[in-house]
Each structure stands twice: as structure tokens, then as C-alpha cells.
Design a binder for this molecule. Structure first.
Ligand code: PEP
Ligand code: MG
Length: 553
């Protein structure tokens, strides 16, 4: 048995189809000055053909999978349309005398390397988008046909060194039972697409292309990342049965998705979705989200060289407010800094960025930036039910300062006669241990708390949430965390405000039950986890869970 990273849940077993990449060796030669225009024309044609491919992919994915998934390829189109990229390639051809394929290799390769070197796992994965596009443009330049994936009509498990997002979008879920790749991570576009296509997948599986060839048998577990090469007939059958049971269970969960989440003994829990952009609202509603419990507003600030102005932010927040049609939406103010860098906001390099100038600390330092965002949120609040939440609050003083800036933004809008929701609720994200400890001091200022358990755990155990080596410390069920959460809930109750949890633990059934047992009233999670959690809530009893955590504590 070997092990990779679980990227898309489910089980698969069967014969392997080993995807052999057509070797793309880039011819490199210098060209005479009078040959440059010819190379440039060839390149422009290759770019146009590539764009046509991407447009066709967008349409196909939009029809077969969904608009949210096709948006991945909109970003490919934007890259191909980027005039600076074309200028850079032209410069390599005209000024440096390189043939077109070499120039493409250089320029796309540079962007690929730039993203691959980043720490943020999401941004790091963007390298694969450039790799994907580089191959596409080179194929058109060199006249090499794409590997045929659509025409695979036997049930197989696809094994590849790497699978580009474009490859994945061409897979037919009817025939592709599973995917195993040697490289890649859970936030790669390939992994996201596999989850949405509901194809079980394991990525980052070491040496897998050396271990398996076309026709070999394999079994994979997309929930744990386990891969069995050359399984016995009994193992093969066991995995096929697991997949059938998994499917049946998912159908049962889906049946609970649209119902209101109420425990068998009558306790109502609001089940909400975490989103990172307006494009995710549709999927959130389809999975049964009753609210947006966390809108990570950073998306507007990443991967671009200019700051979004008030209008652009307003449009994005209003879109979410309108699409949620009166259901609550919690917009978290900017959580930039730490590992999340916005190119338009150059920050000083810090020795400990996670303990440095991030989130509310940065917003209080750069007040104009903060005011712009708050004005945009307030204006959008006129179009739906928005709530404002401040991230990384550590002290009472930070909270009162943040609220003062909010009052300033409100006063300006009133003066300008711009409508906004005067009753807009505010909340504190409880994700720094000090905030949990002084929750009684913070509660009187706000309408709710939302516990960011991802960071709360990281900071409580002083263990980097991304560092596998200290992963053993990252334990949401540890009494240290449960006690902190319990205390937050008690202080909130004493002041008559409600508490939600928007960290990953909210979407894990055993922890969701413990949180409800402690008195948490709202759980917000990745949309696809909602049906399962709602199902568990409706099957269980609050009083039993309360008793269980009481004993555990
Ligand atoms: C958290 O810290 O739990 C959280 C939800 O925020 P993020 O994961 O964006 O830091
Ligand atoms: Mg956080």
C-alpha cells in the first residue's frame, strides 16, 4: 500500500489507464532578425487557437459541471488575453532572437516558477494553470495533438504524473472511476474539479507512475489517500462495495440538504457555508446553506497589482447579498498579511508573519483601506442581510477602534444620503486565544461571535497549521480547545449574543456534535459538507451531545 493526499472523497477499484504525456520537447534556436515577424505571427495564431480551446472548455464545463467550475477557465482566458504576457513573449522573439516556442517556454515557465515558489498553498497551485497553458500554446505551435481522454470508454482509474485542469475537465465521470496523480495538492484546480465531478481522487502520491502501468489493477480511497497497487480480488471487491455504500450514503445526506437543521430533540442549528468569492454562492445554496457564515473577502485583493476600489468591492458584496435573497451573509473584513499577500499592498518582510501585521492589525494601521471596505459593505447592506465580522481581534482596544472606524464610515454615508442597513450586525472572529479568554469583555460590543478554530488551534498550541511535522498538535478535540470554546459560549450567553464556528472543525461530524453540545448555534463550513452535517444534526439529540462534552471536559 502507498499513500498520497486525499483530494476527492469516494472509493474506486479497477484497471489502470496510465496517461502518457506526449513528450513536449521545446525546440530552441535563434532566429535571424528578418524571421522575427514570421515567428510572432505563428505565436499569435497559436494564442488564438488556444483561446478558442479554452472558450470551448468554458462552455462545456458550464453545461456539464457548473458555472463555478467553468470560472477556473475564465482565469485561463484572462492570462491568454493579458497584453503584458504577449509583450514579454514578443520581446523574447524580437529583442532576444528566440524562436516562438522557446519564447513561450521562457515566459510561461517564469510565471510557473514564480507561483510555485510561493508559500500560500492556494497561490502555489496556480503554477499548474501556467503549466497547463504553456503546454496548450506549445501544442498549437508545434502541431501536436492532445491526448484523447474523452474517448476512453472503459471504466478505468486514471494514473498520471500530473493532470492539468484542462485534462480533468475533459474526463467523463461515467468512465473515469478514479484519479491518482504523482504531484499536486488539495487546493489545485484539478482537485477542485475532481470533487465537483464527484470522481474519487488521490494526489501527490509518490512514485505512482513507476508503480503502475496501463492494465494493472489498483484500488484507491479518496477519503484517506490510501492506494493499493495490485489488490487481491477480495480487496478489489471490498473497494467496489465501499464505493456503492458511499454513494448510497451521499444520497441519504443529500435528502437532508434542503431541510432546516433541527436536532431530534428540537434544537435549531443554523448551517451555513464558507465562501471565497461571489461565484460560490450558487453551489452553497444547492448544498443547502441557510446563510453565508464566512465570506473571506480577500479574494478581491489577491493575484492582482492594483487595489479594488470601493465600487468594485461594493459590486461584489451586493451580488452576494442579492443572490442570498435575504438570508444572512457574514462578510469578514480583510484578512491579508501572514501567508496571504496582496501584491498591491507591499508589506514589510516580517520574521514571524503569522504573529505580525495581519488582518485587523493591518486594517487599523491602513485606515483608508479599511474605510473603503467598510463603506462598500455598508452600501451593499441595503440589498440584503449583511453582517460585518472583524478577524484576528486580540484585545478590547482593537475592537473598539474597529467599531469606531465603522461608525465613521456610517456617518459619512449618512451625510452623503447613501442608504445602508442601520441595524447591521457586527461580530468578532474568535481566533486568537486572548480573545477567547476575554470574551466577556468583547461580548457587550457586538451581536455575535464566530470562532475561527483553524487559527484558534494554531495559536493555542503554537503549531503552524500548515506544517505537517507539528500536525500532531493540531487537535480540535483537545480539552485545551474545548475549554476555550466552552468559555466563549458561556460568556456570549451571559451577554445574550449568539456564537457560531466557521473553522474547519464545524464540518467534521464528531466535532460538530461536540460544538452543538457546548451551545454553539451556527456552524459554517465548505458547502459540500453541509448535507452530511445537516443529516447528523437531524438524526441526533442535543441533550446527549451536551452530556457527552460535559463528561469529556
Ligand atoms: C479560521 O481561522 O478558523 C478561519 C475560518 O479563517 P481562515 O481559515 O481564513 O484563517
Ligand atoms: Mg483565521
Amino acid at each position: 500500500m502507498t499513500k498520497g493526499i486525499a483530494a476527492s472523497p469516494g472509493y474506486a477499484a479497477g484497471p489502470v489507464f496510465r496517461l502518457q504525456e506526449a513528450e513536449l520537447t521545446t525546440p530552441r534556436h535563434t532566429i535571424a532578425a528578418d524571421g522575427a515577424e514570421q515567428e510572432w505571427t505563428a505565436l499569435q495564431e497559436a494564442l488564438e487557437r488556444s483561446k478558442a480551446d479554452v472558450r470551448a472548455t468554458i462552455q462545456r464545463v458550464a453545461e456539464q459541471v457548473g458555472a463555478e467550475e467553468s470560472a477556473i477557465f475564465e482565469s485561463h482566458l484572462m492570462i491568454l488575453d493579458d497584453p503584458t504576457l504577449a509583450d514579454d513573449i514578443r520581446a523574447e522573439i524580437v529583442a532576444n532572437g528566440k524562436n516562438a516556442a522557446w519564447a513561450v517556454d521562457e515566459v510561461f515557465g517564469k510565471h510557473e516558477a514564480l507561483f510555485a515558489a510561493l508559500d500560500d498553498p492556494y497561490l502555489k497551485e496556480r503554477a499548474s494553470d501556467f503549466r497547463d497553458l504553456k503546454k496548450r500554446v506549445l501544442r498549437h505551435l508545434l502541431g501536436i495533438a492532445e491526448a484523447t481522454l474523452e474517448s476512453l470508454n472503459e471504466a478505468v482509474v486514471l494514473v498520471a504524473y500530473d493532470l492539468t485542469p484542462s485534462d480533468t475537465a475533459r474526463l467523463n465521470p461515467q468512465t473515469i472511476k478514479g484519479i491518482i496523480t504523482e504531484i499536486g495538492g488539495t487546493t489545485s484546480h484539478t482537485a477542485i474539479l475532481a470533487r465537483n465531478l464527484q470522481i474519487p481522487a488521490v494526489v501527490g502520491c509518490p512514485e505512482i507512475t513507476k508503480l503502475l502501468a496501463t492494465g494493472d489493477l489498483v484500488a484507491l480511497d479518496g477519503c484517506s489517500g490510501e492506494v493499493i497497487c495490485h489488490p487481491t480480488p477480495a480487496q478489489l471487491q471490498a473497494y467496489q462495495e465501499k464505493q456503492a455504500a458511499f454513494r448510497a450514503e451521499k444520497e441519504r445526506w443529500q435528502a437532508s440538504a434542503k431541510a432546516l437543521a433541527v436536532t431530534a430533540d428540537g434544537r435549531r442549528i443554523e448551517v451555513a457555508a464558507n465562501i471565497g468569492s461571489p461565484a460560490e454562492v450558487k453551489a452553497a445554496l444547492e448544498h443547502g446553506a441557510e446563510a453565508i457564515g464566512l465570506f473571506r473577502s480577500e479574494f478581491l485583493f489577491l493575484e492582482r497589482d492594483t487595489l479594488p476600489d470601493e465600487e468594485e468591492q461594493f459590486a461584489a458584496y451586493r451580488q452576494v447579498a442579492a443572490e442570498m435573497a435575504g438570508r444572512p451573509v457574514i462578510i469578514r473584513t480583510l484578512d491579508i498579511g501572514g501567508d496571504k499577500q496582496a501584491p498591491a499592498l507591499p508589506l514589510e518582510k516580517e520574521l514571524n508573519p503569522f504573529l505580525g501585521l495581519r488582518a485587523i492589525r493591518l486594517c487599523l494601521e491602513q485606515k483608508a483601506l479599511f474605510l473603503t471596505q467598510l463603506r462598500a459593505i455598508l452600501r451593499a447592506s441595503h440589498y440584503g442581510k449583511l453582517r460585518i465580522m472583524f478577524p484576528m481581534i486580540a484585545t478590547e482596544a482593537e475592537l473598539t477602534q474597529a467599531l469606531a472606524v465603522l461608525e465613521e464610515a456610517k456617518a459619512a454615508l449618512r451625510r452623503e444620503g447613501v442608504p445602508f442597513d442601520e441595524q447591521i450586525e457586527t461580530g468578532v472572529m474568535i481566533e486568537v486565544p486572548s480573545a477567547a479568554i476575554i470574551a466577556d469583555k468583547l461580548a457587550p460590543y457586538v451581536d455575535f461571535f464566530s470562532i475561527g478554530s483553524n487559527d484558534l488551534i494554531q495559536y493555542t498550541f503554537a503549531a503552524d497549521r500548515m506544517n505537517q511535522k507539528v500536525g500532531y498538535l493540531y487537535d480540535p478535540g483537545h480539552p485545551a480547545i474545548l475549554r476555550l470554546i466552552k468559555q466563549v459560549v458561556e460568556h456570549a450567553a451571559a451577554h445574550g449574543i449568539w456564537v457560531g464556528v466557521c473553522g474547519e472543525m464545524a464540518g467534521v461530524p464528531e466535532f460538530a456534535k461536540a460544538l452543538i453540545g457546548m451551545g454553539v448555534q451556527e456552524l459554517s463550513m465548505t458547502a459540500s459538507l453541509i448535507p452530511r452535517i445537516k443529516h447528523e444534526i437531524m438524526q441526533g439529540r442535543y441533550r446527549e451531545w451536551a452530556e457527552q462534552v460535559r463528561q469529556a471536559l
